[in-house]
Design a protein around this ligand. Structure first.
Ligand code: ADP
Ligand code: TRP
Length: 338
């Protein structure tokens, strides 16, 4: 059956996303990104990678980078990433991507990168920016195009980079023929903006994070210190306008969330009670993942095997796309296989 026939089955999505190993994962990373990546394993062929080349623009201590990469792999597996269904690998294990970055760089207008926010923000604040940060969206484009990805789940802050990717793929295809598959962003739904301990967006840069696998006593301390307003206990409150409630509702059972919302509307409760309930809800929500994490941490060979296998699968795919690109632009004679 021809593939353009109206009754042809839709191609399954090729899902791809990357996450930077710039620290331990926090609740914002989990509810805003990782949870959706894991759900999308079922949507088709999925590729997830630990973006260590991107992290190099901020993490300058080799030991820290190594341990963040290791922890990211263990955390993702503990949180439900299944290597039998998704390919998990480390970005720098696929050198084809850096070569592809160069090919894309040659069709990338300076102005396009000057408008990208990571670089623009630094420049506006008068901070020094290196060429790595400037070219970051080109590396990210190569990450996506190397795997013929069709669907890229990302947070809102990354949508601009997917647009850059589509632009570069379009320019390359226009010059050299149909080489790259154009991807679409998939805004991660559900997590929204997870608040931090001070009510602002949870982010490493604001020092207001609660880490997913933080030791429980330390985590409890942080939760008990979440900022709250000074309204009296008896006053009824709007649950939808409270960051403590927002965190609680991410982790508690639906019935408990309803009960807590009632309590807010009725008044007559202290924020301390809500914090205690949040400690318990978080503990229960991540209990299985914590147990899996402990098992994985005790088996470093298993982690190494998953990443080695992931890199081999990723390289095979990226190698095919790179060869297509090299032949199209005249670097490799047409028809050569490797
Ligand atoms: P940080 O701001 O702590 O440095 P990153 O920028 O590394 O976090 O975020 C990695 C991913 O997690 C991104 O896709 C981002 O959209 C998501 N994310 C981070 N913080 C939050 C948050 N507070 N709420 C929702 N999503 C978040
Ligand atoms: N830049 C992304 C972030 O900071 C991480 C990333 C790198 C990525 N390459 C990617 C995400 C490719 C999606 C696709 O969150």
């Amino acid at each position: 059956m021809p593939t353009d026939s109206p009754s042809a089955p839709a191609q399954p999505a090729r899902v791809l996303s990357g996450i930077q190993p710039t620290g331990r994962f926090h609740w914002g990373n989990y509810f805003g990104a990782i949870r959706q990546y894991i759900e999308l394993q079922a949507a088709g062929d999925a590729y997830y990678f630990i973006a260590d080349l991107h992290a190099l623009t901020t993490v300058r201590e080799p030991d820290r980078l190594r341990s963040f990469v290791h922890d990211a792999a263990v955390d993702l597996l503990a949180l439900g990433l299944d290597p039998a269904r998704a390919t998990l690998f480390v970005q720098s294990d696929v050198p084809e991507v850096t070569e592809l970055t160069w090919l894309l760089m040659t069709v990338c207008p300076m102005g396009l990168l000057e408008r990208c926010h990571a670089y623009k923000d630094k420049k506006t604040r008068g901070l020094p920016a290196d060429a790595g940060l400037f070219a970051y969206p080109v590396l990210m484009s190569a990450d996506i195009l190397a795997y013929d990805a069709t669907l890229v789940p990302v947070g809102e802050d990354q949508v601009q980079h997917i647009e850059v990717c589509r632009d570069l793929a379009g320019s390359f295809n226009h010059l050299y023929g149909d080489v790259f598959t154009l991807p679409a962003p998939r805004l991660v739904a559900g997590g929204g903006r997870v608040p931090g301990t001070d009510g602002q967006k949870m982010s490493k840069s604001y020092h207001n994070t609660i880490e997913v696998f933080e030791e429980l006593p330390a985590q409890k301390k942080k939760i008990m210190r979440i900022t709250t307003d000074s309204r009296p206990v008896e006053e009824p409150k709007d649950p939808d306008d409270d960051h403590l409630f927002a965190l609680y509702s991410l982790m508690a059972d639906e019935a408990d969330v309803q009960r807590m919302a009632e309590l807010y509307r009725r008044g007559g409760f202290g924020y301390g009670e809500v914090k205690k309930a949040l400690v318990e809800a978080a503990d229960a929500f991540f209990a299985d993942a914590r147990a899996r994490r402990a098992e994985l941490e005790a088996d470093p060979e298993r982690i190494a095997a998953v990443l080695t296998d992931g890199a081999a699968r990723a390289r095979e795919q990226a190698g095919r796309v790179l060869m297509r690109a090299r032949q199209a632009c005249g670097l490799t004679p047409a028809g050569r296989q490797s």
